[in-house]
Write a protein of this length. Structure first.
Ligand code: ZN
Length: 358
């Protein structure tokens, strides 16, 4: 069955905005929706409302949730003593209305998870993917951890859930929240924490049972090898650990033009991972995530939505999409001979996981 019947988006998600100097710009999402509608005019965006306190408390401490509410009420004049209590002032600065904006941005993931519990095979939050938020604090642009909420909700119906994170950065918040739970497997492929935020996600990290799988890659790794590492470790993990449903975080910042990292992914390799997850044939809750090159994000996310919905992704955006957005061509030119980079470290990681996942 092709299509996107459970697709959550509402313009109020655009209020999740840390200001004009911050890389997480609401226009990324706004243009993504425009591109998705241009490619698939039948798209019906369902309004997700706000995540409920009950959803949020599945994965966050009550003290922290109250603290975010307190911050929101201070407006722009956040007292000095509140800084640092659960918020870093530089990467995740509090702003007026942050509590409601964070609930709006996360809501689609909770709703999507409930749809999947009721039998949907695919449900998508156009926003969300705030994988760095910890149980007790905000971190890395993330206030409330919506992928973790989705995992917790799916666990009410499924025995074993696999969280799959293809963002540039390690999905540290989700990993930490479920570290002691053998039935939520967190699988993250990312640029190594040796050089990049959040500084975690190494192959030796372990949770309960075999519930933590990390694929950290060296800076400069090209898309072909990124996809090879993803595919080989992911297939093995699914075979051995037998999940019943997926939560898929689709950060598109591994792309080579992204200003925050040093991976060299192309659009088609990154989409290859989305296809891999889709083709296992299990129910999927998907959300977006990181991605900071405004010319790039709309084409990658709209292509990912279509891919998940088994809809054809054309080579170009329709002419209705302004040329100035810089995303008319959906795919990247293929790598030339000798341009592939990262063989040695990718081989080491694949060998490591073939030994461990048996
Ligand atoms: Zn990221």
């Amino acid at each position: 069955m092709a299509g996107l019947p459970h697709f959550y988006y509402h313009p109020r998600m655009l209020a999740y905005d840390f200001g004009p100097q911050h890389p997480l710009k609401p226009v990324r999402l706004e243009r993504t929706i425009a591109c998705t509608k241009a490619l698939y005019p039948w798209l019906q965006c369902i309004e997700p409302g706000y995540a409920s306190e009950e959803d949020v408390l599945l994965v966050h401490d009550e003290d922290y949730v109250e603290f975010v509410l307190e911050l929101t009420e201070h407006g722009t004049a956040v007292p000095e003593e509140l800084f640092g209590r659960g918020f870093s002032t530089h990467d995740t600065p509090p702003f007026p209305g942050i509590y409601q904006a964070a609930l709006a941005y996360s809501a689609g993931s909770a709703r999507a998870a409930k749809d999947v519990c009721e039998g949907a095979m695919l449900a998508i939050n156009a926003g969300g993917g705030l994988h760095h938020a910890q149980r007790y604090r905000a971190s890395g642009f993330c206030v409330f951890n919506d992928p973790a909420m989705a995992c917790a909700i799916l666990k009410e119906k499924f025995n074993r859930v696999m969280y799959v994170d293809i963002d540039l950065h390690h999905g540290d918040g989700v990993q930490a929240i479920f570290l002691d739970d053998p039935d939520v497997i967190t699988f993250s492929i990312h640029e190594t924490g040796r050089v990049l935020y959040p500084g975690t996600g190494f192959i030796q990290e372990r949770g309960a049972g075999m519930s933590v799988i990390n694929v950290p890659l060296e800076p400069g790794t090209t898309g072909d090898l990124w996809l090879q590492a993803f595919t080989e470790v992911f297939r093995r993990a699914v075979d051995v650990l037998k999940p019943e449903a997926f939560v898929l975080q689709m950060g598109c910042d591994p792309h080579r033009t992204d200003p925050l990292g040093h991976l060299e992914c192309d659009v088609q390799s990154w989409l290859g991972a989305v296809k891999e997850v889709r083709d296992v044939g299990l129910p999927i809750v998907a959300m977006t995530g990181g991605g900071y090159d405004i010319a790039n994000v709309p084409r990658m996310w709209s292509a990912a939505f279509l891919t998940l919905g088994r809809l054809e992704v054309p080579a170009r955006m329709p002419d209705s999409i302004p040329v100035e957005w810089g995303c008319r061509e959906i795919f990247d030119p293929p790598l030339g001979p000798g341009q592939s980079h990262g063989h040695e470290s990718v081989e080491t990681i694949i060998d490591y996981w073939s030994e461990v996942l048996r």
